[in-house]
Design a protein around this ligand. Structure first.
Ligand SMILES: *Cc1c(COP(=O)(O)O)cnc(C)c1O
Length: 436
């Protein structure tokens, strides 16, 4: 989409950076959705972030609802996290040995997640999910896995089948480079479809090692599971000897301290974490039942390793983030209130502007869909008018509000979002809706 000169902010430095980046990196970015392809225009080039604000290379500032795609639940540049990082760095940045910080973060994770009896740190959510599946396959001695359409579990081969966000945005059903034989081991189901899940599992359980699911879907935009859906998956997997993996890379320490599983009181066999547990540094983790996790090398035969796994600096950011959350008894209540205020405000703004939209939200996550129908799975999410989303994105961007540059993403509210900025967001949204 092309925006006219007088509407656009001045962004000459960003433009120059992007031109240079394109000559150096595929598409000029190191992760696809950052390139703004779904909304058009040059991408944002950020030089600094603080609180709920991003500052670009041209000195424009934005109220941020992307929040680095989820990790920054305390906001950007939180002082406690920065202090913990300074302290950690003074002691050295990587040892390649066991260090106290990884033990401390493991302790914090096990305390918050009773389903996790042993945990392994890795450096990304992608590593966490692919390693969890490997463990599940070894444990069950079965090969196939089940995932949900639009579910995103990182970019390892086996998950790039009807995967969400970046791939949905670009309209790629799966990726070239993934051998058909790998794709054949991944079965997919529509999210929230009780009957389809029941049928597939009861018919093919003898071959299914694991079911991996986002307990709140976040990569088709936010979609909340229907009442009883995850409970049904839990029941069927227990009955049929299938490992149930909750991918809580977004929802972990986000929906509640104990993630979606704590809020919904469901105990998966394995859990994958990322984003918030790294407090803005590259961290992932997977863990679960002792009898499964004991298979991981060196305790067991399932190989998985990492040069920078459990990195002392990255661990320090995660520890400081979780400690800060725990130090405020009303943390999640307050964050949810902020989000409710914003979401109600946006719904009101849309109604007053005569727009029929659907906003899905839970805890501090939300997504506006440009459809008047409920969004409960990938196909209903795809009914959203993505051109309208792109226009909405641009109108907000011009006012200094940075939304995720794609329809199929979660929007994140942090503890650093001020009432003033939230009210301004609602006001700008009203003006944007009126012009759509
Ligand atoms: C972000 C994400 C991942 C992948 O994590 P990376 O750190 O980007 O590799 C996996 N699962 C879910 C649910 C995610 O949102």
């Amino acid at each position: 989409m092309v925006i006219s000169k007088e509407q656009s902010m001045e962004r000459p430095h960003s433009h120059n950076y992007f031109q240079k980046a394109k000559a150096l990196m595929p598409g000029g970015v190191n992760s696809p959705v950052r390139a703004f392809k779904a909304v058009g225009d040059d991408p944002i080039v950020v030089t600094r972030a603080k609180g709920d604000r991003l500052y670009d290379a041209d000195g424009n500032r934005y109220i941020d609802y992307c929040m680095s795609w989820g990790p920054m639940i305390l906001g950007h540049g939180n002082i406690k996290v920065l202090n913990a990082l300074r302290k950690a760095i003074r002691g050295g940045t990587s040892f390649g040995t066991l260090c106290p910080n990884e033990i401390r973060l493991a302790e914090l994770i096990l305390e918050a997640y009773p389903s996790i009896e042993l945990v392994r740190m890795v450096s990304s959510g992608t590593e966490a999910t692919m390693s969890a599946v490997r463990a599940a396959r070894a444990y069950t001695k079965k090969d196939k896995i089940v995932k949900f359409e639009g579910g995103y579990h990182g970019h390892s081969d086996q998950f790039l089948i009807k995967a969400g966000s970046g791939l949905t945005t670009l309209g790629t059903p799966s990726s070239p480079g993934v051998p058909e034989a790998f794709a054949a081991t991944t079965l997919t189901l529509p999210y929230n479809d009780f009957k389809a899940a029941q049928k597939l599992i009861t018919e093919q359980y003898k071959e299914i090692a694991a079911i991996i699911v986002e307990p709140v879907a976040g990569n088709i935009g936010v979609v909340v599971p229907e009442k009883g859906f995850l409970e049904m998956l839990r029941e069927l997997t227990l009955k049929h000897g299938i490992v149930l993996i909750f991918d809580e890379v977004i929802t972990g320490f986000r929906i509640s301290l104990s993630g979606a599983q704590g809020a919904m009181n469901i105990k998966p066999d394995m859990t994958t974490l990322g984003k918030i547990i790294g407090g803005g540094l590259p961290v992932g983790a997977y863990g679960g039942r002792k009898d499964i996790m004991q298979l991981i090398s060196p305790e067991g035969p399932v190989y998985q390793a990492g040069t920078l796994s459990g990195n002392p600096v990255a661990m320090a950011a995660g520890i400081a983030t979780i400690k800060e959350i725990k130090s405020r008894p009303l943390f999640y209540k307050d964050l949810e209130k902020k989000t409710e205020h914003l979401v109600y405000g946006l719904k009101d703004a849309a109604r007053l502007a005569g727009m029929k939209i659907t906003i899905n939200s839970t805890a501090s996550l939300f997504t506006p869909f440009f459809t008047d129908k409920p969004v409960t799975d990938l196909s209903s999410a795809m009914k959203s008018d993505t051109k309208q989303y792109a226009q909405f994105f641009h109108r907000m961007f011009e006012k200094g509000v940075y939304l995720p540059p794609s329809q199929f993403e979660a929007h994140f509210v942090s503890m650093a979002h001020t009432p003033h900025d939230i009210d301004r967001t609602i006001k700008y949204a009203y003006e944007a809706f009126k012009k759509l």
